[in-house]
Write a protein that binds this ligand. Structure first.
Ligand SMILES: O=C(O)C1=C[C@@H](OP(=O)(O)O)[C@@H](O)[C@H](O)C1
Ligand SMILES: C=C(OP(=O)(O)O)C(=O)O
Length: 430
């Protein structure tokens, strides 16, 4: 990983930019896991190049899949042929929550021992819903936090799964249990958070010919030993990466056009532009292109962001410049991200003189405060780093520390900012 670097936003001159963001890491994570258990060779095009996706490709290689880079952003993945290996496989999930949860489940299909580890930060994030479920499905699982040593295969059966802290546990099990030795029934208990991500997973499974039966709203059945078939896919653009450019345009009081916008995505964040529309942004859309235009001062709103967890930092930064209050609800699960995206996000922004209150499940921003420059830490959270940098449009000179955290999902972020007219530079830590 790149060593810690700080970024300063120097100037901006944003004039109605047109942006095409890279492919979706959310879709890529699913397609990579499915390609690993598919028969044949899957081709993925427009694959985003970032730390999480690199880690995912390395991980499936450790499990016996074979990855060939055809050209930048195009890979062929030949699925695992033998579910037993000559020696223990070791996987490093780095900072990726999605990979940690997905690969722990997928690796449980092997009859060989697998050791799954991750960064210090990821080691702190919850895994026990996955480890306990896998045990109940017949897998030997050594611990409930990373590093986890396990040995499969998944026998199948019945499991009650708590999805109140993350939907990723369910997504991982849905994919992995396609290969279980007997049918698997998953009953969901607790409130399911980030539920739109489950639809994203189900759609990806269908694309590879897999079947998940919906017995009821809270019960899913996965028939055993499915033959999952390789696919050839152009990955749609990342709906969360696009949020930074939307907000950049609004903060600069101009328009922004996003090309190849994934309007059909079931992912909650694909509707973020509608939240901005409610705040007063003008929206124009064609089949594949979205334009947001600043027309009037934005107004605070009350909004349930339970299904849009990853754009909450983007929204909070914008809300600081909107009139009145923005009340963001249903976000308790943000405590379990790369940082505590309630506490860390708000505490950092309040250092500027913002008026942001929060509790376990909500954030209330009172816009229009007088702000003064203060160095902000990304808390090693890429979404905080990218959102905080946008403050430079209103507060040139702002410094974000630990800014290389963007490598996790969007290493070319600074280059993209430059292209739309926002200059940043690396500055030293003092
Ligand atoms: O399944 C996925 O790809 C993800 C689900 C969400 O997590 P939670 O379900 O933990 O909220 C989201 O925040 C994360 O970035 C990616
Ligand atoms: C929370 C995120 O990812 P993950 O859970 O995969 O680490 C994210 O990308 O904002």
């Amino acid at each position: 990983m790149e060593s810690m670097s700080n970024r300063q936003v120097i100037t901006h001159n944003i004039q109605s930019p047109i942006v095409t963001v890279p492919g979706s890491k959310y879709l890529a994570n699913r397609y990579i896991a499915l390609a690993a258990i598919a028969t044949g060779t899957t081709q993925l095009r427009n694959l985003p190049q970032n730390d999480d996706i690199e880690a995912a490709l390395d991980a499936i290689t450790q499990l016996g899949a074979s990855v060939t880079e055809i050209s930048p952003g195009v890979v062929d993945i030949e699925g695992i042929k033998h579910y037993s290996l000559a020696q223990t496989a070791e996987i490093n999930c780095r900072d990726s929550g999605t990979l940690s949860r997905f690969i722990t489940a997928v690796a449980s299909n092997l009859s060989t021992e697998v050791v799954i580890d991750a960064s210090q930060q990821m080691r702190q994030r919850p895994m026990q819903e996955v480890s306990q479920s896998l045990r109940e499905l017949g897998v030997e699982v050594g611990s409930d936090t990373l590093p986890i040593k396990l040995k499969g295969p998944i026998k199948g059966g019945y499991v009650e799964l708590d999805t109140s802290r993350s939907s990723q546990y369910l997504s991982g099990l849905l994919i992995a249990c396609l290969k279980a030795k007997a049918d698997t029934t998953l009953r969901l208990k607790g409130k399911t958070v980030s539920s739109s991500y489950i639809q994203l997973t189900k759609n990806a499974i269908s694309l590879f010919g897999g079947v998940v039966e919906e017995v009821s709203n809270t019960e899913l059945k996965i028939p055993a030993e499915q033959s999952v078939s390789a696919a050839s896919i152009d990955i749609a653009s990342d709906v969360v990466s696009s949020s930074y450019f939307m907000v950049a345009g609004l903060l600069a009081e101009t328009s922004v056009t996003l090309k190849a916008f994934d309007f059909n995505s079931p992912q909650g964040e694909s509707k973020f532009y509608q939240v901005l529309q409610q705040m007063g942004a003008d929206i124009e859309r064609t089949d594949s292109q979205l334009t947001l235009r600043y027309q009037q001062p934005l107004k605070g709103i009350e909004v349930d962001m339970g299904d849009m967890p990853d754009v909450v930092p983007t929204l909070v930064v914008l809300a600081m410049f909107a009139q009145g209050q923005t009340y963001i609800t249903n976000i308790a699960h943000l405590a379990f991200k790369e940082s505590n995206r309630i506490v860390d996000l708000c505490d950092e922004l309040n250092k500027l003189g913002a008026n942001i209150e929060y509790d376990d499940d909500s954030i209330r921003v009172t816009g229009g405060q007088k702000l003064t420059l203060h160095k902000l830490s990304s808390c090693h959270d890429h979404r905080l780093a990218m959102s905080f940098a946008l403050l430079g449009i209103k507060m040139p000179g702002i410094v974000v520390t630990d800014a290389q955290a963007v490598e996790k999902s969007f290493p070319r972020y600074w280059e993209f900012l430059e292209t739309i007219g926002i200059q940043t530079q690396v500055v030293d830590a003092s």
